[in-house]
Design a protein around this ligand. Structure first.
Ligand code: UDP
Length: 354
């Protein structure tokens, strides 16, 4: 019986015929885009741990080198400061490409809408071309935002979505929908090996404290002694997945033979008001909950149906919100006062039209 190919060449060695000596086999190489971001940096850690050589790429518009600086001394890690919306070249072989470059916060979509559109359209096209040239398998990061403000609940992968193309989130949602379309076209037309993960709200260490998303917003407010800002009535729902669970799901999807999109997220649904109350309890803040207007097109409910992931990947989340929030809070507490009070980690002045 043919032996199943192992996942990665961990510490494997290759015999040299003449001398009888051995030398380490070449590691398989994986390109991770958005590598200095929240998810990208966790992927770098995971693939290094699995024995791969990691090529990390980021243009650092929203990513931060701090997330990957612990890897800089390693020989199996290299960093490319590059914008994938422009032609992408890397030397040598590639086994896998994981395309995780993109702004991922509603505030960023407003500040850098064109870059948001380009990275998942032009950027994806460039990386699909690279995958074809290198005969690599590519996994692209899609999103629950392809469902828009969903009219089907919980969201299954065969739901086509409810998206306002010209609303504030349209630049992200439509770019990600285009990304799925072009990825599937490369799969069907070129026979490229492709994988698509639809990522639901994820949290954990290395999220940007000031990127506007709800968890860093609430924890940042608690740590600074500010009131917690609930948008709308707080009856909109989200389902939060801890980052380690998400990375495990992505790793399994990459290794699977599933070219169709797969939801990866934690189905434990909660209203934003309940979530704020959990953060108050976690942090012990004495601050109030205050109410602000609901942003336009803010989805009212979101919860992944993960039947497909359970069946095809044998995956489901393991980390409870209580456990995950505790770890995440410890991370945010360890930030410097400068980081805590930084309103924007980068200046977007050049991008914003007055
Ligand atoms: N939200 C909030 N207060 C904040 C930031 C966000 O009530 O300070 C709400 C936001 O309106 C949305 C939910 O929290 O309903 C999740 O927002 P986030 O930006 O984290 O992600 P989304 O799932 O909307 O992309």
């Amino acid at each position: 019986m043919a032996k199943k190919k192992t996942a990665a060449p961990k510490k494997a060695t290759k015999a040299i015929a003449k001398t009888g000596k051995t030398r380490p086999a070449e590691k398989e190489r994986v390109l991770i885009t958005g590598a200095a971001g929240f998810l990208g940096s966790h992927l770098c850690d995971r693939f290094l741990k699995e024995g791969y050589h990691v090529l990390a790429m980021d243009n650092l518009i929203t990513g931060r080198l701090k997330n990957i600086e612990h890897l800089f001394k390693r020989e199996d890690f290299e960093f490319y400061h590059h914008d994938v919306s422009k032609y992408v070249h890397v030397p040598g072989k590639l086994k896998y490409i994981l395309h995780f470059a993109s702004p991922a916060s509603p505030i960023d979509y407003l500040k850098i809408p064109i870059q948001t559109l380009k990275v998942s359209s032009l950027g994806t096209h460039n990386l699909l071309g690279l995958a074809l040239a290198k005969k690599a398998r590519i996994l692209v990061a899609s999103t629950s935002e392809v469902y828009g403000d969903p009219q089907v609940h919980p969201q299954t992968e065969d739901y086509w979505g409810h998206v306002n193309t010209v609303g504030p989130r349209g630049v992200y949602d439509e770019a990600k929908r285009f990304q799925e379309a072009i990825t599937m076209a490369y799969h069907t037309y070129h026979g490229l090996e492709t994988r698509m993960v639809r990522i639901f709200n994820t949290y954990g260490p290395r999220m940007r404290l000031n990127d506007g998303r709800v968890l860093p917003a609430f924890i940042g407010q608690a740590l600074r002694g500010e009131d917690l800002t609930i948008f709308g009535k707080g009856n909109q729902t989200r389902s939060f997945c801890y980052v380690d669970d998400l990375i495990e799901g992505i790793y399994r999807l990459l290794k699977s033979d599933c070219a169709d999109p797969i939801n990866i997220g934690n189905p434990a649904e909660i209203t934003i008001k309940q979530f704020a109350e959990e953060i108050v309890k976690l942090t012990g803040t004495k601050q109030k909950l205050i109410y602000k207007p609901l942003p336009q097109d803010d989805p009212m409910q979101r919860k992944p149906d993960i039947t497909r992931a359970r069946k095809l990947l044998k995956w489901e989340p393991k980390v409870s919100r209580a456990q995950g929030l505790k770890i995440t809070y410890e991370y945010f507490k360890s930030l410097t006062p400068q980081e805590l009070y930084e309103k924007d980690h980068n200046t977007f002045e050049g991008y914003v039209r007055k």
